[in-house]
Design a protein around this ligand. Structure first.
Ligand SMILES: *[C@@H]1O[C@H](CO)[C@@H](O)[C@H](O)[C@H]1NC(C)=O
Ligand SMILES: [Ca+2]
Ligand SMILES: [Ca+2]
Length: 307
């Protein structure tokens, strides 16, 4: 959650102008709602003991020594459940995932942990949200409920047509700057892979590129026309960053969430922008739709650029 906040703050300061290192961290740390859709339990090597309230309960009424001995036997030990669920064992000592009771979620440390659902209800933390969503699993209401944005629900003014037109211009400029910044900071840490670096190098070395910062829309539009080729890769790159659960060439609502959720409270055109990106209205944003949203020409959409 911390990471979200840093991202939020850095965006709040400069809207979509100045990228920072934290942006990448956000993308790596994301936990999407997609985990909710997967039915299989997820096994992971790093299991945080004590995170599971059921395990904590066990500790309370068993002898302490026994708990330690039992730890390896506990079938829930390495049994990971998706967000909103916790592991419990049945009579046969078989682990299974059940919905978490929202009241067992740790309380929020501050307003910044609140989340607004698509039902326009404020949830205390993401844990509360996912636990609630889990209890609605299988219902129409549960199917429609998503995490909409970070922070308490608030009034978001309608996005006007002319404002909507500006949004992709600023966003693609921002994407380009994020990549260039990552490239600049890449000496020690592998923020980008070799293929990506090679692509960004060209953008970076182009002296005519606009420096990160606030630019007038005229200037952004002009730069896009003049340096169109520099924008092709950043748009593909961001798609590849988001399309991971699964990487199938389509973005679901939850795959888009890491980008949308921190942005919505600050950029009131975010929701409308992503809605309209889905031109065929099938609820998925395909690569072709995504590229068109950012003004790329059809012939420049290239799956091989997602590297
Ligand atoms: C959502 O909730 C907020 C705060 O309670 C309210 O100000 C806003 O008008 C609501 N938005 C909609 C679309 O109902
Ligand atoms: Ca996908
Ligand atoms: Ca679509």
């Amino acid at each position: 959650m911390r990471v979200w906040i840093v991202f939020l703050l850095c965006l709040a300061g400069h809207a979509m102008a100045a990228p920072t290192e934290e942006v990448l961290v956000t993308e790596e740390e994301l936990v999407t709602e997609e985990e909710l859709v997967t039915e299989e339990p997820i096994f992971e090597e790093e299991t945080e003991v004590g995170v599971n309230p059921v395990q904590v309960d066990v500790g309370e009424f068993d002898e302490a020594i026994e708990v330690i001995e039992d730890a390896e036997e506990n079938p829930c030990m390495n049994y990971h459940c998706k967000r909103g669920k916790v592991c419990e064992v049945d009579e046969d000592n078989t682990p299974m995932c059940v919905c978490q009771d929202p009241s067992t979620c740790p309380p929020a440390e501050g307003d910044f942990e609140h989340n607004c659902g698509t039902d326009n209800k404020t949830y205390e933390t993401a844990c509360h949200f996912f636990a609630t969503k889990c209890t609605l699993e299988g219902t129409k209401k549960g199917h429609k409920l998503h995490l909409d944005y970070i922070g308490p629900c608030k009034y978001i003014e309608p996005c006007l047509d002319n404002e909507l037109k500006e949004f992709p211009m600023r966003m693609r400029d921002w994407l380009k700057n994020v990549l260039v910044t990552l490239y600049e900071r890449d000496q020690d840490n592998d923020l980008l892979n070799e293929k990506q670096k090679l692509r960004v190098k060209k953008i970076y070395e182009n002296e005519k590129r606009l420096q990160a910062g606030e630019h007038s829309l005229d200037l952004l539009a002009q730069d896009f026309q003049k340096n169109y080729n520099m924008y092709i890769f950043p748009v593909h790159w961001q798609f590849g960053q988001l399309d991971q659960h699964p990487a199938d060439g389509y973005l679901t609502h939850s795959e888009l969430s890491p980008l949308r959720a921190p942005l919505i409270p600050m950029e009131h055109c975010t929701t409308r922008f992503f809605d309209e990106c889905d031109t065929d209205g099938d609820k998925y944003v395909a690569l072709e739709e995504w590229a068109a949203c950012f003004g790329l020409k059809e012939q420049d959409v290239d799956k091989d650029l997602i590297i």
